[in-house]
Design a protein around this ligand. Structure first.
Ligand SMILES: Cc1cc2nc3c(=O)[nH]c(=O)nc-3n(C[C@H](O)[C@H](O)[C@H](O)COP(=O)(O)OP(=O)(O)OC[C@H]3O[C@@H](n4cnc5c(N)ncnc54)[C@H](O)[C@@H]3O)c2cc1C
Ligand SMILES: NC(=O)c1ccc[n+]([C@@H]2O[C@H](COP(=O)([O-])OP(=O)(O)OC[C@H]3O[C@@H](n4cnc5c(N)ncnc54)[C@H](O)[C@@H]3O)[C@@H](O)[C@H]2O)c1
Length: 496
C-alpha cells in the first residue's frame, strides 16, 4: 500500500491528513475510486467534510479503464469503418476499407489517456480529498483496515462496483474467456469472435468487432437480444447487427465450452449446433464486488445475489455506511452512479434525507442505431395509457442521411403526460434528453409540442410524436365538440 500525500498549502487547508487522534475519525471514508467513489468524495469535500478515499487499483474505475470510455472509443472506430462502407447509396464509394487494429487500439488508449488526468489522484487532492491506495476491508461498524492500517470513520460510502459475471457452464473457465475487463489487451483483431450475451455489452462490442472485420457470432439465451428493451427496438438492432455481418443466435443455451486457454475453441449449444471461435467474449451481466469486504463485521447486509441492501436514501443496514453505484443492485450506469454518490454523500455528511428515484433513469445502448429509453416500457398500451409511435422514415434529417430504420415511441396517460419513451436511431441518446426531463417533471405532450424544435434534426422524431399525440387528443368527442362550437361561433361572428 502506498499513501499518496497531499501537496501544497491550499490542499492542506481544505483536506487535512489522517487525524492523529483516533477519537477524531474521518468525516467520510469512501471505499472505491470509480465514478461513485470519486463523485461521493468530491461532493463531501465540497461540503467541508474531511474525506479519505481508499482505492485498491487506479482511480477512474470501470467507466474509464474498461467500460464506457474504451467501448465508446472502439465504437467510434467501428463507425468510421462502417460509415465508409455504407457510402455507396449516397454516391460515395470506398472500394477497400482497411482497418489497422493497432491504430484502433491506439485511439482507444488515447481516449482513456485524455480523460485520465480528470480522475487522477492529483485532481482529487485538488478537490480536497485525501487518497489512500490499498485494499479496504471493514473490521467493525466504524472501522476499516487498509492493508494493515486502521482507519476510523464517522460515516462511510461503499462504492466498490461490479465485475463481469461468469456463468457456471462446463469448460468455460478452462477456456479463459475474454470479458470486458480483459478484451482491451487484445493486440490483434480476432478472426472469429463468439460473444455470449446479447445485452448492452454483447451488442455494442459484437457489432463493433464485426464492423472492424471479425466474424462475430452472438449467442443470447433469451428469445431476443436486448430483452429489457422495447421489442421493436430489439428487432431494429437485430437487423442492424445482421447487416453488419453478426450472426445472431437467440433462444439457445450453451451446454459446454470446449477448447483451452488462448488456442480457440467452440460453444456447444443445446440444439446440437456448435459455434467455433478464436476468442470468446462473455457478457452476461455484472456481479457486485462485495466479497471479502468484511461486510459481516460491519453489519452490512447483502441480498441473495450479493448486492448491498440500501434504502431509498442509499443507507445500508449499518446506519453509518452508505452505498452507491453498481454494487447496489440498481441499474448499472455511470450517470446513476454519480447521482447515487452525490445523494448518499450529502445525506452522510449533512444528515439530510434525500432519496434517489429510479423512475426517470435514462439508458442507452450505443449500437448503430442507438436504443435510448426512459420511464415506463413502451412495448404496448396498458390500461388508460396510450403508446404513440413516429417512424424515422418521416423524419427529414433521417431521410437526408439515409438512415431511416429508427423510431420514437412514447407512452402517455390520458392527460398527455409523458411517462416513458424509447428512441431508436443515430444519436438517440442525445435525443432522449428532453424526454427524460419530460418524464422526470411530468411534462405533457402539449408542453413539448409547443416548444419550437430546430429543423432538421433527429429531435423531430420526438417532436412529431408529441404533436401526433396532441392531435389524437383533439379527436376525442368532448374536445372535438368544443372545437366545433368555437368554429361555428367564429363563423357566426365574422359574418356580421
Ligand atoms: C464495457 C462496458 C461499457 C459500459 N458502458 C457504459 C455506458 O456507455 N454508459 C454508462 O452509463 N455505463 C456504462 N457502463 C457501466 C459503468 O461502467 C458502471 O456503471 C460504472 O463504472 C459504475 O461505477 P462504480 O463507481 O459503481 O464502480 P467501479 O467503476 O467499478 O468502481 C469501483 C472501484 O472500487 C475499487 N475497489 C473494489 N474493491 C475495493 C476494495 N476492497 N478497496 C478499495 N477499492 C476497491 C475498484 O478497483 C474500482 O476502482 C459500462 C460498463 C462496461 C463494463
Ligand atoms: N451503454 C451502456 O450504458 C452500457 C454498456 C455496457 C454495459 N452497461 C452496463 O453493464 C451491465 C452489464 O452489461 P452486460 O451486457 O454484461 O449485461 P446485460 O444484463 O445488459 O445483458 C446480459 C445478457 O446476457 C444474457 N444471458 C445471461 N446469461 C446467459 C447465458 N448463460 N447464455 C446466453 N445469454 C445469457 C441475458 O439474457 C442478457 O440479454 C449492463 O446491465 C449495463 O448496466 C451499460
Amino acid at each position: 500500500m502506498s499513501e499518496v500525500p497531499l501537496k501544497g498549502q491550499a490542499n492542506e487547508t481544505c483536506a487535512p491528513g489522517q487525524p492523529s487522534d483516533p477519537k477524531d475519525p474521518w468525516d467520510l471514508v469512501v471505499l472505491g475510486g470509480g465514478t461513485a467513489g470519486m463523485v461521493g468524495a468530491k461532493t463531501a469535500a465540497r461540503l467541508g467534510a474531511r474525506v479519505l478515499l481508499v482505492e485498491r487499483a487506479q482511480l477512474g474505475g470501470d467507466c474509464l479503464w474498461t467500460g464506457c470510455v474504451p467501448s465508446k472509443a472502439l465504437l467510434a472506430c467501428a463507425e468510421a469503418a462502417a460509415g465508409a462502407r455504407r457510402g455507396a447509396p449516397l454516391g460515395v464509394e470506398a472500394r477497400q476499407v482497411g482497418v489497422d487494429f493497432a491504430g484502433v487500439m491506439s485511439h482507444v488508449r488515447g481516449a482513456i489517456g485524455h480523460i485520465a488526468p480528470e480522475d487522477s489522484v492529483e485532481a482529487l487532492q485538488g478537490s480536497g480529498v485525501h487518497v489512500m491506495l490499498g485494499t479496504g476491508t471493514f473490521t467493525g461498524p466504524r472501522r476499516l483496515d487498509v492493508d494493515g492500517r486502521q482507519v476510523q470513520f464517522r460515516q462511510a460510502l461503499l462504492a466498490t462496483g461490479a465485475a463481469p459475471a461468469l456463468p457456471p457452464i462446463p469448460g468455460l473457465l478452462e477456456s479463459s474467456p475474454l470479458t470486458s475487463d480483459t478484451i482491451w489487451a487484445l493486440s490483434e483483431l480476432p478472426g472469429r469472435l463468439a460473444v455470449l450475451g446479447g445485452g448492452s455489452i454483447g451488442c455494442e462490442l459484437g457489432q463493433a468487432f464485426s464492423r472492424l472485420g471479425s466474424q462475430v457470432v452472438l449467442v443470447e439465451g433469451a428469445d431476443r437480444i436486448l430483452p429489457r428493451e422495447d421489442e421493436e427496438a430489439a428487432a431494429v438492432v437485430t437487423d442492424a447487427l445482421t447487416d453488419d455481418g453478426v450472426k445472431v443466435r437467440t433462444g439457445v443455451t450453451v451446454v459446454q465450452v470446449v477448447g483451452s486457454s488462448g488456442v480457440g475453441g467452440a460453444l456447444l449449444l443445446d440444439d446440437g449446433s456448435r459455434v467455433d471461435f478464436e476468442h470468446l467474449l462473455v457478457a452476461v451481466g455484472r456481479s457486485p464486488r462485495t466479497r471479502n469486504l468484511g461486510l459481516d463485521a460491519s453489519g452490512i447486509e447483502t441480498d441473495p445475489r450479493g448486492f448491498v441492501v440500501v434504502d431509498a436514501r442509499l443507507r445500508t443496514t449499518n446506519a453509518h455506511v452508505w452505498a452507491a453505484g453498481d454494487l447496489t443492485g440498481h441499474p448499472q450506469f455511470t450517470h446513476l452512479a454519480g447521482v447515487h454518490a452525490s445523494t448518499a454523500a450529502t445525506n452522510a455528511v449533512l444528515g439530510l434525507r434525500r432519496k434517489v428515484s429510479l423512475s426517470a433513469v435514462p439508458r442507452v445502448t450505443f449500437t448503430h442505431p442507438e436504443v435510448a429509453a426512459v420511464g415506463l416500457p413502451t412495448q404496448r398500451s396498458r390500461d388508460g395509457l396510450q403508446v404513440r409511435s413516429w417512424p424515422d422514415s418521416h423524419v427529414d434529417r433521417a431521410v437526408a442521411e439515409g438512415q431511416t430504420t429508427g423510431f420514437t415511441k412514447l407512452v402517455t396517460d390520458r392527460r398527455g403526460r409523458i411517462l416513458g419513451a424509447t428512441v431508436v436511431g443515430p444519436r438517440a441518446g442525445e435525443t432522449l434528453a428532453e424526454l427524460t426531463l419530460a418524464v422526470r417533471l411530468g411534462l405533457t405532450t402539449r408542453q413539448l409540442a409547443g416548444t419550437t424544435h430546430p429543423y432538421p434534426t433527429f429531435g423531430d422524431g420526438p417532436w412529431n410524436a408529441v404533436i401526433a399525440n396532441v392531435q389524437d387528443q383533439l379527436t376525442r368527442p368532448a374536445t372535438a365538440m368544443v372545437i366545433r362550437g368555437l368554429r361555428t361561433a367564429r363563423r357566426f361572428v365574422s359574418r356580421r
